[in-house]
Design a protein around this ligand. Structure first.
Ligand code: PLP
Length: 450
């Protein structure tokens, strides 16, 4: 069936042009202007109707196909699959901390072709340098130097996601003390790594900027703990950001107690306070780690670790014992995406989207403020442990997954609540609908004991 769409006035909503165009087309489908199996106008025609570039149309159509609303057929065009309301997922996942898909199929194909050519040039299966090839490390450090931190390619190793980097750091520090200090709730993967290594947590009181230096000082003095795990941007799960002054104070405490900071900068693209990283401030006191999972795609498991220079050798021995480093194919694909500038487009799309979703969530959840109002991929709703558990269970019964307190708690009653990963649903409709249903559950005194 050919398209019956004759006009296209861009939706008057916030957001990048392609998101507005996608929403306009979705509304036309919802209103019945375009029926099921109907063919959409060609990209050229859509670009004329909406007065946008063909590139914008391509991105909008990519978004709609990721959302299951349209499908492309080679040589035939793009067809309506479902209305946006019926494409809505039965289960809305606000528990997984993953970004919506921002790498389009065309970008991934181009990067894969590039990676296929270069990976075959890697000598001896990449087994001689388990840190990643020199060229790969140069590309990763160039990426980080754009906005986060300047590192020498020789001081880093690539690894399998930030998760492996965390495990390696904790393992390296374990000999100094069995304890790890952090806010009262932290990343579940860090909890899993510590548990596997037989390490224990030391909860430290926090405010809107993370751990309180005086409390940290006291806790380290009392316990002899030598490791501080910090997620200074979008702390997971509390959604906090640490500014420059607080970082300097935390570093002073670390130095006083000869403790090391494991800086997990995986959410670095969302930094609004523009502080230098801990690594830039004190290179020899900081194990810096990050990955492409939150700022490009989690499909690559492409992580990076820059320990204090004198620890690199022993960390590489540990890496060698676990694996021969990151898979060369994944690293080459990551490098190709970076070289093509996909990370810049992705960061732009994700930060804009997080800003919009954060604002929507604040309004829907009737929150007066959040620690990162300019946009964070997850929000924290503090509430008593029993209320949080009950909310998580009741939400689950309604097909809404949220992170319950026991997934991220390290035993501090002061940090109980639920985490909502507002960037996890592939579109804003699902996020909005799920948050409104959560509010109804929280408003019902019969249902949730606060
Ligand atoms: C704070 C934090 N660090 C590390 C990770 C793991 O990242 P990767 O997928 O790179 O292993 C996550 C994933 O959710 C995270 O939230």
């Amino acid at each position: 069936m050919a398209s019956t769409l004759h006009t296209l006035k861009l939706a008057d909503v916030e957001g990048p042009l392609h998101e507005r165009l996608a929403q306009t087309i979705a509304t036309a489908i919802e209103d019945g202007q375009l029926g099921r199996d109907e063919r959409l106008p060609t990209h050229r025609e859509l670009s004329r109707l909406a007065s946008v570039s063909i590139g914008t149309v391509t991105k909008a159509i990519d978004l709609l196909s990721v959302r299951g609303i349209v499908r492309g057929e080679v040589g035939r065009g793009t067809f309506v699959m479902k209305s946006p309301s019926s494409a809505r997922a039965d289960i809305v996942d606000l528990s997984l901390n993953i970004p919506p898909p921002v790498v389009t199929e065309s970008t991934m194909s181009a990067a894969s072709a590039r990676a296929a050519r270069s990976v075959l040039g890697i000598l001896s299966g990449g087994l001689y340098d388990l840190r990643g090839t020199r060229v790969q490390r140069e590309i990763f450090t160039r990426w980080l130097a754009e906005n986060r931190v300047s590192l020498d390619p020789d001081e880093i190793t690539l690894c399998v996601g930030a998760q492996q980097a965390i495990y390696l750091c904790f393992g390296d520090l374990k000999a100094r003390s069995n304890l790890i200090a952090c806010e009262g709730a932290t990343f579940s993967g860090a909890i899993a790594a510590a548990a596997n290594l037989g390490m224990e947590w030391l909860p430290v009181d926090h405010d809107e900027e993370g751990m309180l230096p005086d409390n940290l000082d006291h806790a380290l003095a009392k316990s002899g703990c030598k490791t501080i795990y910090a997620v200074p941007v979008c702390q997971n799960p509390l959604g906090l950001e640490v500014g420059l002054e607080r970082r300097q104070d935390i570093l002073k405490v670390a130095e006083k107690h000869d403790a090391y900071i494991v800086e997990d900068d995986i959410y670095g693209i969302y930094a609004a306070k523009k502080s230098p990283t801990y690594k830039a401030l004190a290179p020899s006191r900081v194990y810096y780690l990050t990955s492409l999972s939150k700022c490009l795609t989690p499909l690559l498991r492409a992580g990076l670790l820059a320990p204090p220079a004198d620890r690199l050798g022993s960390l590489c021995s540990a890496l060698r014992a676990q694996a021969f480093g990151a898979a060369p194919v994944a690293s080459e694909l990551a490098c190709a995406l970076i070289e093509m500038g996909a990370h810049r487009q992705a960061a732009d799309d994700l930060t804009k989207e997080a800003k919009i979703r954060t604002r929507m969530a604040l309004e829907i959840l009737r929150l007066p403020s959040v620690p990162m109002p300019a946009g964070s991929p997850h929000l924290w709703l503090p509430m008593k442990a029993m209320a949080a558990e009950k909310l998580a269970r009741r939400a689950g019964e309604q097909g809404i997954r949220i992170t319950p307190p026991d997934a991220c708690s390290i035993g501090s009653a002061k940090s109980s609540g639920v985490r909502l990963s507002i960037m996890a649903p592939p579109n804003r409709y699902d996020m909005e609908d799920a948050l409104r249903r959560l509010v109804r559950l929280m408003d019902d005194p019969e249902e949730v004991v606060v």
